[in-house]
Design a protein around this ligand. Structure first.
Ligand code: ADP
Ligand code: MG
Length: 333
């Protein structure tokens, strides 16, 4: 049974960046305004996230790492109306099948924090012979999740992830995207080395400052985009580069209902619009946040596939393309 679970877990959590994305989304779901991330060996040795969100109640600690445990669905109808990031209740469970997990958490109405260790979805003792029950300890309101030795029990996966600095860059990419999209939330990402640590601080500065800080001061001119489409039931907001942002590769940050996703057809459409405005072999920066009625988004997409499908996709993509085209045209005549 554990082997089956481990394989299933590997389908959901396939690399450190992917685990971090799930943890980061949980912290944001918990209403955190301050999130501190610590990474060691590209997340393979240590992946830790500390937030000041609402915490986990003592009585829920035994089950948070069980499969399909989620506090985010109240009834069946909610399934077609999902607004939070999480809804499957599979992330923590999966992580606990392929790593050592420790959670320290405190809710505002509890007078102390509790700490517990998990393996294969269940509470386990911190030391052999000790009790597995959550232990009272000191701590502030919020949650700290420590993930150690990711894929220690999946040698093939571990082997495939040989380059920690590559994994770290993937983590940083996820952190940067969410920092742009959540400009009111303070996020820091600290890389722990053998004798040095590098901190990448993303402040709560206005979104434009954050974009410039993260994606470069060459972002000399960014155009704001904001439009709602009644008939297609969606809204688009964002910032796109004007003709003078010359990147070697397109930077495309796409959020649908506040979840970082990918959509190849939208990306292609946007790239082709920019070819008229950009010098040959240069590429744009595009950050788009789409709010689509949840019923119109396909929630059955596999968790590791960030590619998302939605209803009336062709019309929605065309509408966004037209909006970008108009914006670029008006800025360049
Ligand atoms: P999901 O996010 O789909 O509900 P997860 O496996 O990611 O499933 O998390 C399981 C549950 O654990 C969540 O529903 C939530 O109740 C709790 N949880 C996880 N991380 C946090 C956190 N940082 N703060 C508060 N609660 C959390
Ligand atoms: Mg989650």
């Amino acid at each position: 049974e554990t082997v089956v679970n481990r394989i299933a877990a590997g389908e959901i959590i396939n690399r450190p960046a992917n685990a971090l994305k799930e943890l980061l989304e949980n912290s944001l779901d918990a209403g955190a305004s301050n999130i501190q991330i610590t990474i060691k060996d590209g997340g393979l040795k240590l992946l830790q996230i500390l937030d000041n969100g609402h915490g986990i109640r003592r009585e829920d600690m035994a089950i948070v790492c069980e499969r399909f445990t989620t506090s985010k669905l109240k009834n069946f109808e909610d399934l077609s109306n999902i607004n939070t990031y999480g809804f499957r209740g599979e992330a923590l469970a999966s992580i606990s099948h392929v790593a050592h997990v420790t959670i320290t958490t405190k809710t505002a109405d509890s007078n102390c924090a509790y700490r517990a260790c998990y393996s294969d979805g269940k509470l386990v003792p911190a030391k052999p012979g000790a009790s597995a029950e959550p232990k009272a300890c000191a701590g502030n309101t919020g949650t700290q999740i420590t993930v150690e030795d990711l894929f220690y029990n999946v040698p093939t996966r571990r082997k495939a992830l040989r380059n920690p600095s590559d994994e770290y860059n993937r983590i940083l990419d996820v952190v940067n995207r969410y920092a742009i999209h959540n400009s009111g939330v303070s996020i820091t990402c600290k890389k722990q080395g053998s004798n040095q640590s590098e901190v990448n601080t993303l402040s709560t500065a206005p979104i434009l400052d954050n974009i410039r800080q993260i994606y470069g001061s060459t972002a000399s001119e960014l155009l704001e985009l904001s439009k709602s489409f009644r008939k297609l039931e969606f809204e688009v907001h964002g910032y796109i580069s004007n003709a003078n942002y010359n990147l070697k590769k397109m930077i495309f940050l796409l959020f649908i209902n506040h979840r970082a996703v990918e959509n190849a057809s939208l990306k292609k459409t946007i790239e082709s619009i920019y070819t008229t405005y950009l010098p040959k072999n240069t590429h744009p920066f595009v950050y788009l946040s789409l709010e689509i009625s949840p019923q119109n988004v396909d929630v059955n997409v596999h968790p590791t596939k960030r590619e998302v499908r939605f209803l009336n996709e062709d019309e929605v993509v065309t509408a966004i393309g037209d909006t970008i085209q108009e914006r670029l045209a008006s800025a360049n005549n």
